[in-house]
Design a protein around this ligand. Structure first.
Ligand code: GLN
Ligand code: ZN
Length: 761
């Protein structure tokens, strides 16, 4: 039986590509240097898969920035502002689109489905001159071939490409992007011919949009596209790969009837119902690529369970037509467990990163054709058993407490307007209170102190002294600026999830478990492996220290349970909701300890609440229900006079506004400045909102310092829509990535703008 990998991480086991890219961008190394690092990485990945025995090895899943941008380059769909004048697209044009240049901003970036990977959104319209402008796919195919590896070139499918794009600036919003299909297909045909001529016998089109909610018109586009491509595809084996969720029944029907297509790939980790669809009927003579090894997580596969699934599928499609695969590209998992020097052997035995998943796929394929590696299977079984029974995983007290939460409602006893009155009596804030989101600039010196403390190079005493001094600076600055509700600046935190994960039980941390987020940016999610609890207070010391420095209210600053969950690798042996409830209980303990320590304003950040929203509408209500419930659990126990804030980092929440209201926070601060109107339109349309709200008045993602007038105008716009007594004034998000030279004048102007308006009320 054959084996296949949908795609592989590009960064390298130690983020080699990241460093090569950044050095090239900084002009510290040449294009040739960068190309050399890239081709070495590709070669080692192909070799690794070939050595492991993988039959269908992907190529063109490498990218210097993003695979969707690669498709844009392939199609020559460069927005005219980048001044590309034809010919093969080189680094200049490519990286200008990706990152902007001295005079032009980058193209828009957005999340790749429900992953933390971001792609560059194609900007299309009726005037785009599609042409074959990047031969990357065929170059990679030939490059692998020269190394003796016959690969399967992978392309973003033409229909998904269009469905993921947006109308370019100046193009009517109602423009049908799918109307561009014939033009796009003309280029795909050239690419297919090129690959065929180079000797390819397989080709893979990634069409993950097939798992989303599509209408019949959109589904029809798939049928049209592949029948148009069919004659060029003839003589090739063609795999259409889907992933990230169950495929809807209609889409399954469309997919399995596509002309010219000989193989279909499914995510059987997230697509548990897909199995039933396959059992209900699969076209005879076609290949089934069964994604049984999870590309989205870091857990070792349950090989015995996968074998059961594969056996059932073999009965349907036949031995020679079943291929063992990953659930999606391994881009979304960490690269290689070999480089984890700090994890203990027990936890390590429970894990599989991309390199290990390749071995798992191959072992399953071998087992299916009678060459079962008994030793490998039995060590997998014992690792799984040890994970199941380990006292490090199970904490009965926590499980009971979390189970007791399900099905019950948790709400503060008093309604929000009564609470706000009680809080105002205590806090005595001016109208349009000013505040910031939490972090202040993180200087080189500050990072050094944290690093040296972690490495035991400076004593606890020295560390506390340095951090306390930093907090004092931030407090003094805020008093000088005359900010009403203070923050301590978060100098003790390097990351808003890691900081809490390190202090909670049930979390483990990797040293090289990086996952690409966008371009050269990677994140290193913590691993939640066990029941979560809080052994002792996590933030109380710093918050009380800070409160001791000022008479103004000092916000306690916490990361909420949903955000901790969504930015971690989450255990797969219980529902996500259960893990979320456990984290909520731990944060609840912290909230209550802060309240006891006389912290009267507590902010619980839920920056990532929206990110966890399931792809399919039918599953969203359930998610929002437990996510919002988890948030409420954290603060259900506080007094009316304790003011609960939350913060969110996105403005497109019109569709989830009712869930946000249902969180029942006293004050919410949200990103707004990059998309003013969108947010306010919700309220203009009459959504009733009685809690405090602080739509960011300036964009912290840019070094630009907004003027007093500009921010005053923003505030006035908001006042036209929102009640004066609920409006707060604050930046968009935390200030940690900015410099003091930017932050000081920007906040000065923000406070000045607020005062101008207060004087006119
Ligand atoms: N309190 C955090 C900070 O200010 C919030 C960051 C975020 O929302 N991403 O840094
Ligand atoms: Zn934010």
């Amino acid at each position: 039986m054959a084996s296949h990998i949908v795609g592989y991480p590009r960064m390298g086991p130690k983020r080699e590509l990241k460093f090569a890219l950044e050095s090239f961008w900084d002009k510290k190394s040449s294009a040739e240097d960068l190309q050399k690092v890239a081709s070495d990485l590709r070669a080692s990945i192909w070799k690794q898969m070939a050595d492991a025995g993988i039959k269908y090895i992907p190529c063109n899943t490498f990218s210097y920035y993003d695979q969707v941008l690669d498709a844009t380059a392939m199609l020559g769909a460069v927005p005219p502002r980048y001044g590309w004048s034809g010919g093969e697209i080189g680094f200049d044009t490519y990286f200008s689109m990706a990152r902007g240049n001295a005079s032009l901003p980058a193209m828009e970036m957005t999340k790749w489905f429900d992953t933390n990977y971001h792609f560059i959104v194609p900007e299309l319209g009726p005037d785009v001159n599609f042409c074959y402008a990047s031969h990357k796919a065929v170059h990679e195919y030939k490059e692998a071939k020269a190394l003796g590896v016959d690969t399967v070139p992978v392309l973003v499918g033409p229909v998904s490409y269009l469905l993921l794009s947006k109308p370019a600036k100046g193009v009517d919003k109602s423009f049908s992007l799918l109307s561009l299909l014939p033009k796009v297909l003309a280029v795909y045909k050239e690419v297919v011919d090129d690959l065929k001529a180079a000797g390819a016998s397989w080709i893979q089109f990634d069409e993950p949009t097939l798992v989303t909610d599509l209408d019949s018109h959109q589904l029809q586009a798939f049928t049209a596209a592949y029948s148009d491509l069919a004659s060029n595809l003839s003589g090739l084996n063609v795999l259409v790969e889907t992933y990230f969720a169950d495929i809807p029944a209609e889409a399954f029907k469309t997919l399995t009837c596509l002309g010219g297509v000989t193989a279909f790939g499914f995510d059987l980790i997230r697509g548990t119902k897909t199995l039933d669809l396959i059992k209900g009927g699969f076209p005879s003579g076609k290949y089934l690529f069964a994604g049984v090894v999870d590309g989205r997580n870091i857990w070792a596969n349950d090989l015995a369970c996968s074998l059961n699934t594969l056996n059932a599928l073999e009965g349907i499609v036949g031995k020679d037509k079943l291929v063992v695969s990953t659930s999606c590209s391994l881009l979304h998992t960490a690269v290689d467990l070999v480089n984890e020097t700090k994890l203990d052997n027990e936890i390590k035995s429970w894990l599989a990163f991309a390199a290990q998943k390749i071995v798992e796929v191959n072992a399953l394929a071998n087992a299916m054709c009678g060459k079962k590696d008994e030793a490998f299977f039995s060590s997998n079984a014992s690792a799984l058993a040890s994970r199941k029974s380990s006292p490090r995983v199970t904490n009965e007290g926590v499980q009971k407490a979390a189970a007791a939460l399900k099905g019950s409602d948790h709400r503060r006893a008093t309604n929000v307007s009564t609470r706000l009155d009680a809080q105002q009596k205590k806090l005595n804030l001016p109208v349009l209170p000013t505040t910031t989101i939490g972090s202040f600039p993180q200087t080189v010196e500050l990072r050094r102190v944290r690093r040296e403390y972690k490495a035991n190079k400076i004593s606890e005493e020295e560390y506390v002294k340095s951090i306390t001094e930093e907090i004092r600076k931030v407090v003094v600055l805020q008093e000088e600026l005359d900010i009403d509700v203070m923050v301590h600046g978060e100098p003790e935190r390097n990351d808003m999830v890691e900081y809490f994960g390190e202090q909670l039980s049930g979390f483990a941390f990797t040293v090289n478990g990086w996952v690409q987020s966008y371009g050269s940016r990677c994140v290193k999610p913590p691993i939640i492996y066990g029941d979560v609890s809080r052994p002792k207070p996590m933030t109380v010391f710093w918050s009380s220290t800070a409160q001791g420095m000022t008479k103004r209210p000092m916000k306690g600053m916490l990361t909420g349970p949903v955000t901790i969950l969504n930015w971690s690798f989450v255990r797969n042996d219980q529902p996500r909701s259960e893990t979320c409830y456990q984290i909520a209980l731990a944060i609840k303990d912290e909230v209550e300890d802060l309240e006891k320590a006389a912290i009267t304003v507590i902010q619980i950040d839920e920056a990532a609440l929206r990110e966890g929203l399931p792809l399919r509408k039918s599953e969203q209500a359930h998610y929002l229900d437990w996510a919002v419930h988890s948030f409420r659990i954290t603060n259900v126990g506080v007094q009316d006079t304790t003011q609960i804030h939350t913060h969110m980092c996105y403005s497109n929440f019109n569709d989830i506004i009712h869930s946000i209201i249902d969180m029942d926070a006293d004050v919410i601060t949200i990103e707004n400045s990059r998309s003013d109107e969108k947010l306010l339109s919700v309220f203009r349309e009459g959504v009733k909102y009685g809690a405090g709200i602080g739509p960011g008045v300036y964009d912290i993602h840019s070094p630009r310092i907004p003027s007093t007038e500009e921010m005053a105008e923003r505030i006035n716009k908001m006042l036209a829509v929102l009640e004066t007594n609920i409006l707060w004034v604050n930046p968009d998000c935390g200030l940690k990535t900015r410099k003091y030279t930017e932050v000081k004048p920007a906040l000065e102007n923000m406070v000045a703008a607020t005062k101008v308006i207060r004087n006119h009320l």
